[in-house]
Design a protein around this ligand. Structure first.
Ligand code: DCP
Ligand code: CA
Ligand code: CA
Length: 361
């Protein structure tokens, strides 16, 4: 398994289209627009990081740290970054058996079959891919190669830029053990502080810590996750994105009808049912569909994909009504049964959710 992550992504892409920036500190800012100065640092190149500039820092602070350094401040240009990201992901994908993009500049790749299970061959594949991306796009990225996703992620972060870190099965413990626990996915400042109170500072400390004790403190899911993670245990598979699951409800109307208001009463009820299920699973939806079984036994459906995933019941009901209206405009038959369906994304894993809610990390 491997994780690829582009180096100082937004800033590197600004350097890519304007080579005059190279060698200077470059800061990409998300300007809030309230005043010319207000906003936060999205990212910075490594020249700027030498002065202590970091993602998330207020822009005025970054300006202060870089005073007199001939630093360049640029606003985010998300459309451009996304365009290049799509090209990069397209290239990475061709080197994978299974490919899972997890952010604008990051993806997991399962290459087990391609490299015949050999870490040596994986290394060769990464070097080929680095050269390919360098010529085709002109950017660098760092890679972690390991027996599983969890360790690949940690490995990717230890050496940047243009890094390649390979951790073989027999090296896992020695690799993880001395690292601070915040290198583990989901362990941020607050979790680290809580762990430090328990005398747990390194991943090795955490690996040796009594699992039952962790469960008592953090609950079963997280306690077991921390224990496994520290021991380099992760069984999760690389999953192709966009494998949407759906939730749907269908009901028969009290009478056949093509009266919008009457049928919409039913789609509202179905939407509420679907929504309750959605909340239970704690996921969002992006696609809504309405299906009608007509009196002449034909079936018609309409669907819509939203710009952004949401959990809103209002949007669900309103969109279902609109789809129903469009559907009725395209037929002169009565509706006998009606259904509402949404596509949900199961990518959000339980542990990830819990980690976010537990400490806000
Ligand atoms: N980003 C952001 N705000 C943050 C963190 C990140 O806008 N708080 C954006 C800008 C980054 C991009 O996401 O370029 C990718 O984030 P990374 O965490 O991978 O950071 P970088 O790619 O910038 O740097 P690194 O070289 O450490 O990977
Ligand atoms: Ca990155
Ligand atoms: Ca990233």
């Amino acid at each position: 398994m491997m994780l690829v992550d582009l180096d100082y992504f937004f800033a590197q892409l600004e350097e890519l289209r304007n080579s005059a920036l190279k060698g200077k500190p470059v800061v990409i800012g998300m300007y809030s627009g309230r005043t010319a100065e207000s906003g936060a640092v999205s990212t910075a190149n490594y020249e700027a990081r030498k002065y202590g500039v970091k993602s998330g820092m207020p822009l005025f602070l970054a300006k202060r740290k870089l005073e007199g350094c001939d630093a360049i401040f640029l606003p985010v240009d998300y459309d451009y970054y996304e365009q290049v990201s799509d090209r990069l992901m397209g290239i990475f994908r061709t080197y994978s058996d299974v490919f899972e993009q997890v952010g604008i500049d990051e993806a997991y790749m399962d290459v087990t079959v391609k490299v015949h299970g050999s870490f040596e061959e994986a290394k060769v594949l990464v070097l080929r891919m680095k050269a390919d991306v360098k010529t085709q796009v002109g950017v660098t990225f760092s890679v972690g190669v390991a027996p599983n996703k969890l360790v690949a992620k940690v490995a990717c972060d230890v050496q940047k830029t243009d890094g390649l870190t390979v951790v073989q099965p027999d090296e896992m413990q020695g690799f993880l053990s001395p690292l601070p626990i915040d290198r583990l996915l989901g362990v941020g400042k607050k979790t680290s502080a809580r762990m430090a109170e328990l005398g747990v500072k390194t991943i090795g400390d955490l690996a040796r810590f009594d699992v039952q004790h962790l469960v008592d403190i953090f609950g079963k899911t997280l306690g077991v996750y921390f224990h496994d993670a520290a021991n380099g245990v992760d069984e999760s598979a690389v999953k192709e994105a966009g494998e949407a699951e759906s939730i749907s409800r269908i009901a028969t109307l009290k009478r056949n009808s093509r009266d919008l208001a009457f049928i919409a009463e039913m789609t509202d009820v179905l939407a509420a049912d679907v929504h309750a299920d959605l909340l239970k699973r704690n996921v969002g939806f992006k696609q809504i569909g309405v299906i009608a079984f007509l009196a002449d036994i034909t079936v018609k459906s309409r669907s819509l994909t939203l710009e952004q995933s949401t959990k809103s019941i209002e949007i669900l009901k309103k969109t279902a009504r609109e789809l129903l209206q469009r559907l009725l405009e395209d037929t002169d038959k009565d509706v006998r049964r009606i259904g509402v369906k949404i596509s949900v994304f199961s990518r959000e894993e339980k542990t990830q959710k819990l980690l976010e809610s537990f400490f806000g990390d």
